[in-house]
Design a protein around this ligand. Structure first.
Ligand SMILES: [Ca+2]
Length: 249
């Protein structure tokens, strides 16, 4: 029997008791006996105890809800803190990424500048005749005066273009007078420039040379060739080969 039923029974009992009083007053008869009243009171006591138990449990539940709410708020605060830290880390990450890109750009600029430092000048010496030879010969200007960019090889006499660009080359020589001279500036296997001196009996101290701008592709080779059956006087101060990169294209 639930609480509502019990309350209904109680209400009915009291109503009946009131009626009984009236009836008792009127007729002198009692409808609810003492054992029945005692039983009713016991049952009421039991209901009260159950209500108190329910109330206690309700208070406990309320306390637990409060504790859980506090824990929830604490977790929410921690979550917000973590989110803030993540945002800070993201900003730092972006900042580092930006710096890295800037550094990469600077490295590329430096590499480009380094690639454009292409300069060399070298002489061929010994103060003796070089040649004549029966076949064309590439002259190795072994005494390096200056060299940047590591494009000229003094052991072979060959310049290798590190980048595509416009290059300036010059070659000068002392003729000596004993033989004719024909020197050619060669690009790969093609003649680009030439300079010639002829043997004469009264003209023994000629100097000659040539210079020009040449467009080269990367890895093109440039060198000075002594034509067959001619010679040149070897002197590092007069017989030279020079070049530099004017600009890239
Ligand atoms: Ca001459």
């Amino acid at each position: 029997m639930n609480f509502t039923t019990w309350m209904l029974v109680l209400f009915c009992g009291l109503t009946l008791a009131q009626n009984d009083v009236n009836e008792t007053e009127i007729s002198g008869e009692t409808k609810l006996s003492f054992p029945e009243m005692s039983l009713l009171l016991l049952e009421l006591g039991a209901v009260k105890a159950k209500l108190e138990a329910v109330e206690t449990k309700l208070k406990e539940t309320e306390s637990q809800v409060l504790v859980l709410n506090e824990k929830g708020k604490s977790l929410e605060t921690k979550l917000e803190g973590t989110e803030s830290q993540v945002l800070v880390l993201n900003e730092k990450d972006k900042s580092l990424e930006t710096k890295l890109k800037e550094t990469e750009s600077q490295v590329l600029v430096l590499q480009d500048k380094e690639a454009t430092k292409v300069v060399f000048s070298a002489g061929i010496g010994g103060s003796v005749n070089i040649g004549p030879f029966t076949t064309p010969k590439t002259l190795a200007y072994t005494t390096v005066i200056t060299s940047l960019g590591n494009a000229y090889n003094q052991h072979t006499g060959i310049f290798v273009a590190p980048v595509r660009g416009i290059y300036y080359f010059s070659f000068f020589y002392h003729a000596g007078g004993g033989y004719s001279v024909t020197l050619r500036l060669m690009k790969n296997n093609q003649i680009v420039l030439e300079s010639t001196d002829y043997k004469t009996s009264h003209d023994a101290a000629d100097n000659g040379g040539n210079a020009g701008l040449v467009e080269l592709q990367q890895r093109d080779q440039v060198y000075v060739q002594l034509y067959a059956n001619t010679h040149v006087w070897g002197n590092i101060h007069t017989t030279t080969f020079s070049g530099f990169l004017l600009h890239k294209v």
